[in-house]
Design a protein around this ligand. Structure first.
Ligand code: PNS
Length: 169
């Protein structure tokens, strides 16, 4: 069974890492696929986002980190995937994810499996991380503590956020 966990991962969060570990526990092969969308300007490039994932998952077996662009359904088909994995944080996620899941089945015949988020991590989102870091990191220069970011992201991402926003700020 080959599972595919797609996402923007801009940047990868502790919520994503939890879903990745749990999905990898279901199958010996998991592809974590970073969306490289030419129509959107992300905070981190696809290469950076893949590097964060690879670093955070170093030592884990059976997990491949890759990039994709275009339709997910097409990529899943090309990779011979058994099922797409998506983490679901609550009913809002479930509503939108069910719609995506149906279209991925319609376009590519691939089913989607939902993994419920750990309630302790379900408050985390990439958008919140980006927004919080943009405000927190520049304040480090004035003695503000960014340790709260430890509860949202891995150490390598926290360092990268600090570098990005301190040099910008
Ligand atoms: O981490 P995200 O931003 O919630 O991930 C969303 C993602 C990458 C799974 C979704 O945007 C996606 O599949 N994009 C690729 C284009 C596509 O297939 N769109 C949906 C079918 S119309």
């Amino acid at each position: 069974m080959i599972l595919l966990y797609p996402g923007s991962f801009d940047p990868v969060t502790l919520g994503h890492i939890d879903i990745i570990r749990r999905a990898a526990g279901l199958s010996g092969r998991l592809i974590v696929a970073v969306l490289d969308n030419p129509h959107k300007v992300p905070l981190f490039t696809a290469e950076e986002r893949m590097a964060f994932l690879r670093e955070a998952l170093r030592g884990e077996t059976g997990i491949e980190v890759a990039a994709f662009s275009g339709l997910l359904a097409e990529y899943a088909q090309k990779r011979g995937v058994t099922a797409i994995i998506r983490g679901v944080r609550g009913t809002e996620d479930l509503t939108s994810e069910a719609q995506y899941a149906w279209h991925n089945r319609l376009f590519g015949g691939t089913e989607t499996l939902f993994i419920p988020s750990d309630p302790a991590l379900s408050h985390i989102s990439g958008r919140i991380v980006r927004e919080a870091a943009a405000h927190i990191c520049p304040n480090i220069q004035t003695g503000f503590d960014d340790s709260v970011l430890r509860q949202l992201v891995t150490d390598n991402v926290r360092t990268a956020l600090r570098q990005k926003f301190i040099t910008k700020g």
